[in-house]
Design a protein around this ligand. Structure first.
Ligand SMILES: [Zn+2]
Length: 239
């Protein structure tokens, strides 16, 4: 299921934003700083779960919630023991999006990656990466590049997108939402059905995470401009 409807907010929400104590040079609560380097804690969020199946492939019957859980476990294995990897859910149960954010915010030196599979118009396929914060741009570029190398065909998808979602705007740490492919595309759904393909995708994402930790934003292009916007709320319209 696309996360497009989880966006936007009202000006009034600005008044409720806590700037907190984001210690360290160049840091601010909005994430207007270069991307992280040297981090060792990675929070992996398997999208959906429990009563919320997410997208369901009409051709293979696979549910997004099952694929995302499989993918985050594979990413965790690929990262190995050099990283402390925390799974936001380890089984088939639902976790409220705001609770996922609250949990992530307990780990100020971590990054958060929420893993999803996409659904959209017929013909659209390929991976997409959503980010909002400036400090998430480099990691987003690395993850999108990595997924594109695994995905055999790109068609009509949006690539890397700066979008204010609850899991890209609201966490106080660098964060991304990855869409690993379109379950609505029959050929891509068949690919995602393959454990070998999911392993390649997970391995590529893990390598992008390692590269970000080792090199920071080096080689990922100029940082995007700062943006100021209120927290994203479930009642918000897409932006
Ligand atoms: Zn989803």
């Amino acid at each position: 299921m696309k996360a497009l409807f989880l966006t936007l907010g009202t000006a009034a929400t600005c008044m409720l934003i806590s700037c907190g104590d984001m210690s360290g040079p160049g840091r601010d609560a909005w994430g207007h700083r270069p991307g992280p380097q040297g981090f060792r804690t990675v929070i992996l969020d398997a999208g959906h779960g429990g009563h919320d199946s997410g997208a369901v492939s009409r051709s293979t019957g696979q549910k997004e919630k099952d694929l995302t859980l499989d993918l985050v476990k594979r990413i965790k294995n690929e990262l190995g023991l050099s990283y402390k990897t925390i799974l936001l859910r380890r089984s088939d149960h639902f976790v409220d999006l705001d609770d996922r954010v609250v949990f992530a915010n307990r780990h100020p030196n971590a990054i958060l990656i929420s893993v999803h599979c996409n659904s959209g118009p017929s013909g659209m396929r390929g991976p997409e990466t959503y980010y909002w914060r400036v400090d998430s741009h480099g990691l987003a570029a690395r993850c999108q590049r990595a997924m594109e190398k695994v995905s055999p065909v790109e068609s009509g998808n949006r690539g890397m997108v700066r979008r204010r979602l609850r899991l890209t705007r609201n966490p106080e740490i660098p964060c991304l939402l990855l869409e690993c492919g379109y379950l609505s595309h029959p050929a891509e759904a068949r690919l995602l059905q393959s454990a070998d393909y999911r392993q390649k995708m997970a391995s590529a994402i893990a390598e992008a995470i390692r590269e970000q930790s080792n090199r920071g934003d080096a080689g990922t292009g100029p940082l995007p401009p700062p943006l100021y916007a209120p927290l994203s709320r479930p009642t918000d319209a897409p932006e």
